[in-house]
Design a protein around this ligand. Structure first.
Ligand code: LLP
Length: 431
């Protein structure tokens, strides 16, 4: 297990202790308490650049819209802003954070679903580009504002993803607009006076092979052709969404990035030529790919419980801190950060403090023999880790640290009990 994970460079075994880009996991766990999310800045930058370089080799007009929902910490947004990334957002709150992180509105795309009128007004006031998810949304937007640019999210009928919750196209999906209505949407926007156009899809998340991307891209490009021919629309950009997967299990292979770039951009360049679509910008919206393997969750063992059937390792991070195992049955690698030289000789369930049986970070996991007080490191949690955490069971959310070349800084204080009271009021009759 370790060889693949430690090929990432920022994770290092120094005398049996996990170092994250030169910072001792034991030192920061001690200093900032556990559970604690740790992010490696260098890895975020490497992931972004690797992806950008792979795409840019094939076409000049390429932009990466980092999908903020994977990790909206201000520091992460700042890092990507400084890399020159653009931003994919899904809520007014994400737009607010993006602007705070000094993204200008021309670098922000909004792709929401079930969007309210007041939210549309906020987006218009913010000046971001809106990617339309329904005819209703388009009608409501155009009723009070004429945007310069409109993009439409299409449902290309082909979805894929690591779990059914993460498949975002196809018959059962609530996202995007079906082809006939796509034509209607562009006609309607054009007649209303919209001048510039984009088209977008996002088929799902956690995809490790190139094939689904290609099948869906073919379909979206056909739809773009129909829109161009029937409505006379020229596209400023064509956005292929996110979904680029990252291996979590030891037996999983990485997505072949060069193959992805070669095949998807190859198809793109052929079709925009054949379909006479000009030279639109090529966008993608990766979240996980950029931040996933830059994140580690440190959690302390407080309990060992041996039953006739199971060995439980009780830790201080539950599904309030990392929900992916409980929500999707996701696998995250776990190592013992204070002595991971030791052989993996026991099989444990790693259990959190939440009062639900589903609160397991790992089931039947082979680990070194664990003692109370050991520090575990849960890997690949930079995406959809903190951003999906909650206060369930009235547990304040944990802190977050950024590491960089032997230095570290707290980028999010852990919450305290007072945080549990924020916004709460007692009615007069209970005071
Ligand atoms: N664009 C749109 C419109 C999206 O809805 C998403 C993710 C992305 C881009 C980025 O997808 P990515 O490149 O990260 O796969 N919580 C789940 C993942 C849900 C993703 C939802 N949409 C998980 O932990 O696996």
């Amino acid at each position: 297990m370790s060889s693949k994970i430690f090929s990432n460079g920022h994770l290092e075994n120094r005398g049996g202790v996990l170092y994250i880009d030169g910072v001792s996991s034991l030192e920061i766990a001690e200093k900032f308490d556990t559970p604690l999310y740790v992010l490696a800045e260098r890895r975020i930058r490497e992931n972004y650049r690797r992806l950008y370089d792979a795409l840019k080799k094939h076409y000049d007009k390429v932009r990466i819209y980092y999908s903020a929902k994977a990790n909206t910490s201000l520091s992460v947004l700042k890092i990507l802003e400084s890399e020159g990334a653009y931003l994919d957002t899904v809520s007014p709150g994400e737009v607010f954070l993006a602007l705070r992180a000094s993204f200008t509105s021309d670098r922000i795309l909004f792709t929401g679903t079930s969007v309210r009128d007041d939210e549309l007004k906020f987006l218009v006031d913010s000046g971001v580009t809106i990617n339309i998810d329904s005819l209703s949304q388009l009608r409501r937007l155009l009723s009070f504002h004429l945007p310069e640019m409109i993009s439409v999210r299409v449902n290309p009928e082909i979805g894929a993803g690591h779990h059914e919750h993460c498949i975002t196209a196809g018959r059962d999906s609530k996202f995007g607009i079906w082809e006939d209505d796509v034509i209607k949407a562009y006609k309607y926007a054009r007649e209303a006076g919209v001048k510039k156009f984009g088209i977008q899809m996002h088929i799902g998340s956690g995809i490790l092979t190139v094939e689904p991307f290609l099948l869906a891209a073919e379909k979206m490009l056909e739809i773009a052709r129909h829109v161009h021919e029937e409505v006379g629309v020229d596209f400023d950009f064509i956005d292929f969404g996110g979904g680029l997967g990252v291996p979590y299990r030891p037996e999983e292979e990485s997505l072949d990035l060069d193959l992805y770039a070669e095949k998807v951009l190859g198809l793109y360049l052929r079709r925009i030529g054949e379909y006479d679509l000009g030279e639109p910008w090529f966008f993608i919206e990766p979240g996980r790919y950029i931040v996933c393997d830059a994140g580690v969750l440190l959690t302390r063992v407080n309990t060992l419980k041996i039953t006739p059937f199971k060995k439980f390792v009780g830790v201080d991070a539950g599904f309030n801190t990392l929900i992916r195992p409980a929500m999707y049955g996701s696998y995250h690698p776990i190592i013992v950060a204070n002595r991971f030289d030791s052989a993996e000789e026991e099989v444990y369930d790693v259990a959190g403090p939440i009062c639900e049986s589903g609160d397991l970070l790992a089931r039947d996991r082979r680990l070194p023999r664990i003692s109370e007080g050991d520090l575990l490191a849960v890997l690949n949690v930079g995406a959809y880790g903190f951003s999906m955490s909650s206060q369930y069971n009235s547990r304040p959310r944990c802190g977050e640290v950024l590491v960089k070349d032997g230095e570290y800084a707290l980028i999010r204080r852990k919450e305290d009990f007072e945080s549990l009271l924020i916004g709460q009021e007692l009615p007069s009759w209970l005071k």
